[in-house]
Design a protein around this ligand. Structure first.
Ligand code: ADP
Length: 319
């Protein structure tokens, strides 16, 4: 049953559409990611979803109640819908425990204590309860920010690029912890990011946004194997255009490197990556540069190489 309903949301800034006819229905407790490049309308969408931005058209409903925008509501926003950004605002002179407890200032003391205790445990922050934000890593600070948002048990948590200011190690650790945690709590979660990889690590269902419009929705396998456009295909990896074949593309790991037979080129660059060397190969025919994975790490810059592939790996992408 629909719990959170976004109906035909549109928004333009100075006559330029930022969001067009966006619709989505979420069940209670559902967890979904929205992926799009910078400027595709993700933040605009989340602000409208939270009742913090005035949409030109469309409606937002949460559990049978219409979410009013700041034009229609005196105090903008709702306690039921919490929006978290990359720059979390923790109180620097309050401890972790005090930060998490702050939204419950006027609640019953015993309830506050029990609720904060639950969150400290759920977020693995028990040992850090007396620390100040400056004594925590970026990932830990972001966890405190999310725990603080959850302390009043909102119905919906909106995460707007929450990992952008974290380094890779912190980000991967936080993603794996959050993935487990957000599956068990009842909260409905919408996570937006420009990074498809982060989205696929966190959620099964991903919605792809381009220029304010939903262009595809699916799980990682559907999106990877059957992208509907070059934009979606490129979110996974670079794609190589096959010469003399209209709209036909191959991914770097779907190309085989051989010493004879196939499309001829020579290696112009080689990068050592964790599972393979990433080669840039200049094709003899047409001079296009292809990106190809070399798991054998056999080919060096200037080497001549022939490229082959299985026809079933060719993606035909018209736009
Ligand atoms: P994203 O979060 O995907 O980067 P945004 O929702 O921030 O995208 O922006 C979508 C588009 O709307 C962009 O072209 C952006 O420049 C424009 N935009 C966003 N906010 C404003 C604003 N307050 N005034 C004018 N243009 C805006």
């Amino acid at each position: 049953m629909t719990f959170y309903s976004l109906q035909n949301l549109s928004k333009s800034y100075q006559n330029k559409p930022a969001l067009s006819q966006f619709s989505l229905e979420l069940r209670q407790g559902e967890f979904i990611s929205i992926v799009g490049e910078s400027g595709s309308g993700k933040s605009t969408l989340l602000r409208i979803m939270a009742g913090l931005e005035v949409q030109d058209e469309g409606e937002v409903w949460l559990n049978g109640t219409q979410i009013l925008n700041p034009k229609k509501k005196l105090v903008a926003g709702y306690d039921e819908i919490k929006l978290i950004h990359q720059d979390y605002h923790l109180y620097p002179n309050s401890t972790v425990e005090e930060n998490i407890a702050r939204p419950l200032l006027h609640y019953d003391k015993a309830y506050t204590k029990a609720r904060v205790e639950t969150l400290l445990k759920q977020f693995g922050l028990v040992d850090f309860r007396d620390r100040f934000p400056r004594q925590l890593s970026g990932g830990q600070q972001q966890k405190v920010a999310i725990a603080t948002a959850l302390v009043i048990e909102p119905e919906v948590l909106l995460l707007d690029e929450p990992f952008s200011s974290l380094d890779t190690i912190q980000k991967h650790q936080l993603i794996s912890e959050l993935g487990d945690l957000l599956q068990v709590i009842e909260t409905t979660v919408v996570f937006v990011t420009h990074d498809l990889d982060d989205a696929l690590r966190l959620t099964d269902q991903v919605l792809i946004l381009q220029k304010g419009k939903v262009i595809q929705k699916g799980n990682s396998r559907e999106l990877c194997e059957s992208p509907k456009s070059r934009y979606v295909a490129r979110l996974f990896s670079p794609i190589n255009l096959i010469p003399d074949r209209m709209n036909s593309f191959l991914r770097p790991n779907d190309v085989r490197l051989r010493s004879k037979g196939g499309l001829l080129g020579h290696v112009v660059d080689s990068r050592y990556l964790v599972h393979y060397n990433s080669l840039r190969i200049k094709l003899k025919n047409g001079g296009e540069i292809w990106e190809v994975d070399d798991p054998s790490r056999k080919y060096q810059i200037t080497d001549r190489v022939y490229l082959q592939w299985d026809e079933e790996k060719v993606m035909v992408l018209k736009s």
